[in-house]
Design a protein around this ligand. Structure first.
Ligand code: SF4
Ligand code: SF4
Length: 178
Protein backbone atom coordinates (compact mmCIF):
# COMPACT_ATOMS: atom_id res chain seq x y z
CA UNK A 1 0.00 0.00 0.00
CA UNK A 2 1.29 3.44 -0.94
CA UNK A 3 2.30 5.71 1.91
CA UNK A 4 2.15 9.46 2.13
CA UNK A 5 5.43 11.04 3.12
CA UNK A 6 5.34 14.74 3.93
CA UNK A 7 8.65 16.17 2.71
CA UNK A 8 8.19 19.28 4.90
CA UNK A 9 8.61 21.52 1.90
CA UNK A 10 6.41 24.16 3.58
CA UNK A 11 4.44 24.84 0.41
CA UNK A 12 1.06 24.33 2.11
CA UNK A 13 1.96 27.09 4.62
CA UNK A 14 3.74 29.56 2.33
CA UNK A 15 1.96 29.36 -1.03
CA UNK A 16 -1.68 29.26 0.01
CA UNK A 17 -4.63 30.38 -2.09
CA UNK A 18 -4.81 32.11 -5.44
CA UNK A 19 -5.49 28.71 -6.99
CA UNK A 20 -8.84 29.28 -8.68
CA UNK A 21 -9.12 29.99 -12.38
CA UNK A 22 -11.42 32.85 -13.44
CA UNK A 23 -14.12 30.29 -14.35
CA UNK A 24 -13.85 28.54 -10.98
CA UNK A 25 -14.00 31.88 -9.16
CA UNK A 26 -17.14 32.84 -11.07
CA UNK A 27 -18.71 29.44 -10.30
CA UNK A 28 -17.98 29.84 -6.58
CA UNK A 29 -19.34 33.40 -6.55
CA UNK A 30 -22.51 32.23 -8.31
CA UNK A 31 -22.96 29.44 -5.76
CA UNK A 32 -22.63 31.91 -2.89
CA UNK A 33 -25.06 34.32 -4.54
CA UNK A 34 -27.79 31.69 -4.14
CA UNK A 35 -27.27 31.98 -0.37
CA UNK A 36 -27.79 35.76 -0.28
CA UNK A 37 -31.52 35.17 0.17
CA UNK A 38 -30.55 33.72 3.57
CA UNK A 39 -28.54 36.84 4.41
CA UNK A 40 -25.18 35.16 3.73
CA UNK A 41 -22.60 37.19 1.81
CA UNK A 42 -19.10 36.50 0.59
CA UNK A 43 -16.84 39.29 1.86
CA UNK A 44 -13.76 38.48 -0.25
CA UNK A 45 -13.51 37.14 -3.83
CA UNK A 46 -12.56 33.45 -4.24
CA UNK A 47 -9.15 34.36 -5.73
CA UNK A 48 -8.31 35.80 -2.30
CA UNK A 49 -9.29 32.67 -0.35
CA UNK A 50 -6.51 31.37 1.85
CA UNK A 51 -7.18 29.25 4.96
CA UNK A 52 -10.75 29.23 6.31
CA UNK A 53 -11.04 29.86 10.05
CA UNK A 54 -14.04 29.45 12.33
CA UNK A 55 -14.64 32.39 14.71
CA UNK A 56 -13.28 30.21 17.55
CA UNK A 57 -10.10 29.34 15.60
CA UNK A 58 -9.59 33.02 14.72
CA UNK A 59 -9.90 34.02 18.41
CA UNK A 60 -7.43 31.32 19.48
CA UNK A 61 -4.95 32.33 16.76
CA UNK A 62 -5.21 35.98 17.81
CA UNK A 63 -4.29 34.96 21.35
CA UNK A 64 -1.37 32.84 20.08
CA UNK A 65 -0.17 35.65 17.82
CA UNK A 66 0.05 37.99 20.81
CA UNK A 67 1.96 35.38 22.83
CA UNK A 68 4.38 34.69 19.99
CA UNK A 69 4.71 38.24 18.64
CA UNK A 70 3.31 37.29 15.25
CA UNK A 71 1.62 39.74 12.89
CA UNK A 72 -1.73 38.02 12.25
CA UNK A 73 -4.35 39.88 10.15
CA UNK A 74 -7.36 37.68 9.39
CA UNK A 75 -10.17 39.07 7.22
CA UNK A 76 -13.92 38.36 7.22
CA UNK A 77 -14.80 35.78 4.57
CA UNK A 78 -18.48 34.94 5.12
CA UNK A 79 -20.87 37.34 6.80
CA UNK A 80 -24.44 36.86 7.90
CA UNK A 81 -26.79 39.85 7.92
CA UNK A 82 -30.01 39.35 9.88
CA UNK A 83 -33.37 41.10 9.43
CA UNK A 84 -32.29 43.88 11.81
CA UNK A 85 -29.17 44.54 9.71
CA UNK A 86 -26.81 43.07 12.34
CA UNK A 87 -23.71 41.69 10.66
CA UNK A 88 -22.00 38.60 12.05
CA UNK A 89 -18.81 37.07 10.64
CA UNK A 90 -19.36 33.33 10.48
CA UNK A 91 -16.11 32.42 8.72
CA UNK A 92 -12.75 34.22 8.63
CA UNK A 93 -9.85 33.88 6.25
CA UNK A 94 -6.19 33.78 7.24
CA UNK A 95 -5.74 36.87 5.06
CA UNK A 96 -2.40 36.05 3.46
CA UNK A 97 -0.78 33.58 1.11
CA UNK A 98 2.07 33.00 3.52
CA UNK A 99 0.97 31.94 6.99
CA UNK A 100 2.50 34.18 9.68
CA UNK A 101 2.78 31.15 11.99
CA UNK A 102 5.23 29.41 9.66
CA UNK A 103 8.91 29.51 10.52
CA UNK A 104 11.58 28.39 8.05
CA UNK A 105 13.51 26.78 10.92
CA UNK A 106 10.69 25.30 13.00
CA UNK A 107 7.77 24.82 10.58
CA UNK A 108 4.36 25.52 12.14
CA UNK A 109 4.89 27.22 15.49
CA UNK A 110 1.29 26.54 16.60
CA UNK A 111 1.15 22.96 15.32
CA UNK A 112 -0.90 21.65 18.27
CA UNK A 113 -3.46 24.43 17.77
CA UNK A 114 -3.48 24.66 13.97
CA UNK A 115 -6.93 25.09 12.40
CA UNK A 116 -9.04 22.21 11.11
CA UNK A 117 -8.30 23.15 7.48
CA UNK A 118 -4.57 22.60 8.20
CA UNK A 119 -5.22 19.35 10.05
CA UNK A 120 -7.10 17.96 7.06
CA UNK A 121 -4.60 19.12 4.42
CA UNK A 122 -4.08 17.79 1.70
CA UNK A 123 -7.50 16.09 1.88
CA UNK A 124 -10.87 17.65 1.13
CA UNK A 125 -14.21 15.92 1.33
CA UNK A 126 -16.56 16.38 -1.60
CA UNK A 127 -20.04 14.96 -2.25
CA UNK A 128 -18.51 11.97 -4.05
CA UNK A 129 -15.74 11.26 -1.54
CA UNK A 130 -12.28 12.32 -0.42
CA UNK A 131 -9.99 14.17 -2.84
CA UNK A 132 -6.37 15.27 -2.63
CA UNK A 133 -5.28 18.85 -3.24
CA UNK A 134 -2.53 19.15 -5.81
CA UNK A 135 -0.88 22.04 -3.93
CA UNK A 136 1.00 19.24 -2.17
CA UNK A 137 3.51 17.74 -4.62
CA UNK A 138 3.46 14.39 -2.78
CA UNK A 139 -0.18 13.55 -3.55
CA UNK A 140 0.16 12.18 -7.06
CA UNK A 141 -1.40 8.86 -8.11
CA UNK A 142 -3.33 7.86 -5.00
CA UNK A 143 -6.51 5.91 -5.78
CA UNK A 144 -9.69 6.73 -3.80
CA UNK A 145 -9.22 3.55 -1.72
CA UNK A 146 -5.59 4.41 -0.99
CA UNK A 147 -6.53 7.94 0.15
CA UNK A 148 -8.63 6.67 3.06
CA UNK A 149 -5.79 4.46 4.30
CA UNK A 150 -2.74 6.62 3.59
CA UNK A 151 -4.43 9.79 4.92
CA UNK A 152 -6.51 8.31 7.73
CA UNK A 153 -6.14 11.24 10.14
CA UNK A 154 -6.49 13.91 7.47
CA UNK A 155 -9.70 12.22 6.22
CA UNK A 156 -11.05 12.27 9.76
CA UNK A 157 -10.42 16.01 9.98
CA UNK A 158 -11.73 16.62 6.44
CA UNK A 159 -14.97 14.91 7.51
CA UNK A 160 -15.16 17.16 10.59
CA UNK A 161 -14.55 20.19 8.37
CA UNK A 162 -17.34 19.16 6.03
CA UNK A 163 -19.68 18.62 9.03
CA UNK A 164 -18.81 22.12 10.25
CA UNK A 165 -19.80 23.60 6.87
CA UNK A 166 -23.06 21.62 6.87
CA UNK A 167 -23.91 22.74 10.41
CA UNK A 168 -23.30 26.40 9.43
CA UNK A 169 -25.70 25.96 6.49
CA UNK A 170 -28.37 24.38 8.72
CA UNK A 171 -27.99 27.15 11.32
CA UNK A 172 -28.39 29.86 8.68
CA UNK A 173 -31.54 28.29 7.25
CA UNK A 174 -32.98 27.73 10.76
CA UNK A 175 -32.18 31.37 11.72
CA UNK A 176 -34.22 32.59 8.77
CA UNK A 177 -37.25 30.53 9.82
CA UNK A 178 -37.39 32.16 13.30
S1 SF4 B 1 -1.34 27.35 10.98
FE1 SF4 B 1 0.51 26.12 10.88
S2 SF4 B 1 -0.04 24.40 9.55
FE2 SF4 B 1 -1.56 26.02 9.20
S3 SF4 B 1 -0.77 27.20 7.47
FE3 SF4 B 1 -0.06 28.18 9.35
S4 SF4 B 1 1.98 27.34 9.70
FE4 SF4 B 1 0.93 25.97 8.26
S1 SF4 C 1 2.93 20.62 0.68
FE1 SF4 C 1 2.78 18.45 1.18
S2 SF4 C 1 4.91 17.77 1.39
FE2 SF4 C 1 4.95 20.01 1.52
S3 SF4 C 1 4.78 20.43 3.73
FE3 SF4 C 1 2.71 20.47 2.91
S4 SF4 C 1 1.91 18.36 3.26
FE4 SF4 C 1 4.19 18.28 3.43
Amino acid sequence: MKKFICKRCGRCCTDIGGRFSKDESRRIERAFRTLEKYGLYLAIPPEKFSIPLSPEEKTLMEKLSREKGVNFNPVPKLVLVNAKGIVRVIEWDLGSRRCPFYSEEKGCIIYRYRPLACKSFPVIMEADGFKLLDLCPETKNFSPDEIEIAFENECLHARKFSERVESIKRRIIEDQKD
